[in-house]
Structure formats: structure tokens, C-alpha cells
Design a protein around this ligand. Structure first.
Ligand code: AVI
Length: 329
């Protein structure tokens, strides 16, 4: 590994090295997930370039209210977030996606000491950092290429500024409750004493509304799910017949979560990286959970991880919430 590699490096390992590492991890995870009972492949692998573009398209769908509602809430509450955070803090984003929502905070906090996007994709980080440096020339942008679920420390360049975390988009919902607590504890440690976190969470609501958000009429979400098999075929030399699998998503009120699967429409076999797998008709491969929260769930999550809720904002229909949490002392 080159001297400059690691989470704080501005220069990455070569693109070929990074790709080989990602491919090996993908292969291991897919083979492991298909050997499990029930079968499951981690949701993070949905986001290759095509999967990310399909997710961006999901965010534009009329049924997928999450993005537009959260953006509207953030537009309204960004000045208050800036007041609560105070001057000269560092903004740390966990999983820097498209920077639309980030910009709402950057615009409201013109005197930030630094913006620290953390993302597992070097390519994503480079694009985000270059765009933001162009648009906010006075803002120190300090990208960290890492998995925020395991990152142990922030780069020294972030300095002693008060740290405000940002975890929008209901990404918390893709974590199981123990994972969500583990993530928030890690965030609490990274943000330090005096730190705070701005969290976006999708709220429990009419199950039909939730069902529709994950079963859109134009089939984009189905395409997003099936793209996982397309990716496995392309990157791992697999032989999945995409037409013989279907996207299945439903709300489970008992667990308060959307569950998403790829369902085999026939008895069939497929080969992945030279290994054969049999699928019974109706057998499912789990790909995602999307947990929905109510106020009590958010309270319990915050206190389990050493945070106190300072403020919550929601839309008039109570579809989505943005929460400002501070590290409990
Ligand atoms: C990224 N994440 C918050 C989305 C969600 O709503 O759980 C992923 C998604 N999967 C299907 N539609 C959207």
C-alpha cells in the first residue's frame, strides 16, 4: 500500500487497486450471502454506478416522498440548525451522497471551519469534493474515504472545532436497530464532547403510503433491486436470469420496517464465480430493510447512544423528521 493510502489520504490507491479490492469484497459477500439461510446480500452492494443512478431516479418519483419532504424540511430549518450549531464548527457528513441537502446547510453556515464528507466510494468523494471546492472556494473540504460504520477517528486537519454530524436521507432506516445504535455510538465518539448530529428519519405512517413508496408504478424501484443481479452477473461472471426474479417489497408493521427481497419466479439454478446455487420457486434473497421511526423510537435510539434530542422538525403531514441531537454529557 502506498504511503499516502488510508482514510485521510487525498490521493487514493490506483483506480485498478481500489477496483480489485472492491470486487474481492463483493465476491465474498455475495457467496457468503447466498450460502446463508435465509439468503441475504447486504444493501450497500445495490449502489454500483447504475444502482446509484437508479436510486437518484427513485428520489424523483412522486411515490417516493422521502427526498422532497426532507429537502423541504431542511430548507426551512437550516437557519435554526446553524444557530444551534454556533459559529466556526466543522460539518461531518456520514455517507456523502448527492450534495443537494448538504448545500442547504453549507449555505446556512458560511463560516464553517471545515466540511468533512465521509464515503466508501473514492470516486463519489472526489466528484463531491471537486464540485464543492468550486462552489465554496473559502470552505476547507477534507474528504475521508472510509466506511463510516467502522471509522475510528477523523483526520487531524479537522482540528478542535465543534463537530456537527449530518446523516440525512433516512439512511439510518437501512440499519437494523443494533446497527443503528452502534452507528450512533460511533458517531458520538467521532463528534466528541460538545458535538451534535443532524439526523433524517422516515416516520411510521399509513402502510399503503409506505408500500407505494417502495412499489412505484413506473417500476424504477424494481429495476433498482434487480440491478443487484445484473451487477453480480457483470462483475462476478454469474448467470442469473433477471426475468426469472421479481422485486418484492412490503411493510411489516410488527418490526416497523419495509422489507425488500428478490423472489425467484421458478425453480432455477445460477452460477456465481464458478459456484452453483439452486433456487426453489418462491425462494427469496433479502436485499434491504428500511426502518420507519416514531418519536418514541427516536427517543430510545438517541438515549441508547448517548445523545439528547434538542429539536425535531417535521412536515405538516408528519411523513419525515429531521432531528438535532447533542452529545449527552
Ligand atoms: C437509501 N435508502 C434510505 C433508501 C430507503 O428508502 O430505504 C433505499 C431505497 N430502496 C428502495 N427504495 C429506496
Amino acid at each position: 500500500m502506498s504511503k499516502e493510502a488510508g482514510p485521510f489520504a487525498e490521493t487514493a490507491p490506483s483506480a485498478a487497486e481500489a477496483e480489485a479490492g472492491e470486487r474481492a469484497a463483493f465476491r465474498l459477500a455475495v457467496l457468503d450471502g447466498l450460502r446463508r439461510s435465509p439468503r441475504a446480500i447486504p444493501a450497500k452492494f445495490l449502489y454500483d454506478a447504475r444502482g446509484s443512478a437508479l436510486f437518484d431516479a427513485i428520489c424523483e418519483l412522486p411515490e417516493y416522498y422521502l427526498t422532497s419532504i426532507e429537502t423541504a424540511i431542511l430548507t426551512d430549518c437550516a437557519p435554526e440548525i446553524a444557530r444551534l450549531a454556533g459559529p466556526g464548527c466543522a460539518l461531518i457528513e456520514f455517507g456523502s451522497g448527492s450534495s443537494v441537502k448538504t448545500r442547504l446547510l453549507l449555505d446556512a453556515m458560511p463560516d464553517l471551519a471545515a466540511y468533512v464528507p465521509i464515503d466508501i466510494s473514492r470516486q463519489h468523494l472526489d466528484v463531491t469534493a471537486a464540485r464543492l471546492r468550486g462552489d465554496y472556494p473559502a470552505l476547507p473540504v477534507r474528504p475521508v474515504c472510509a466506511d463510516y460504520m467502522t471509522l475510528a477517528a477523523l483526520p487531524p486537519g479537522v482540528g478542535a472545532a465543534r463537530r456537527i454530524g449530518f446523516f440525512p436521507g433516512s439512511t439510518i432506516g437501512n440499519l437494523t436497530p443494533p446497527e443503528a445504535t452502534a452507528f450512533l455510538r460511533r458517531a458520538r465518539a467521532l463528534l466528541g464532547e460538545g458535538g451534535a448530529l443532524v439526523l433524517g428519519a422516515d416516520l411510521k405512517k399509513d402502510p399503503q403510503r409506505l408500500h407505494d413508496a417502495y412499489n412505484d408504478s413506473s417500476g424504477v424501484t424494481a429495476e433498482f433491486s434487480l440491478n443487484l443481479l445484473r451487477r453480480i452477473n457483470r462483475e462476478l461472471g454469474a448467470t442469473f436470469n433477471l426475468a426469472a426474479f421479481a422485486h418484492e417489497a412490503f411493510y411489516d408493521p410488527g418490526h416497523g420496517r419495509i422489507e425488500i427481497y428478490l423472489r425467484s419466479l421458478a425453480a432455477q439454478s445460477a452460477t456465481v464465480a464458478g459456484h452453483a446455487f439452486e433456487f426453489a420457486e418462491g425462494e427469496r434473497v433479502h436485499t434491504e430493510y428500511s426502518y420507519k421511526y416514531d418519536d418514541a423510537d427516536i427517543d430510545a435510539l438517541a438515549s441508547s447512544a448517548g445523545f439528547t434530542i434538542v429539536r425535531r422538525w417535521t412536515d405538516p403531514g408528519r411523513l419525515f423528521a429531521v432531528i438535532y441531537l447533542k452529545a449527552s454529557s
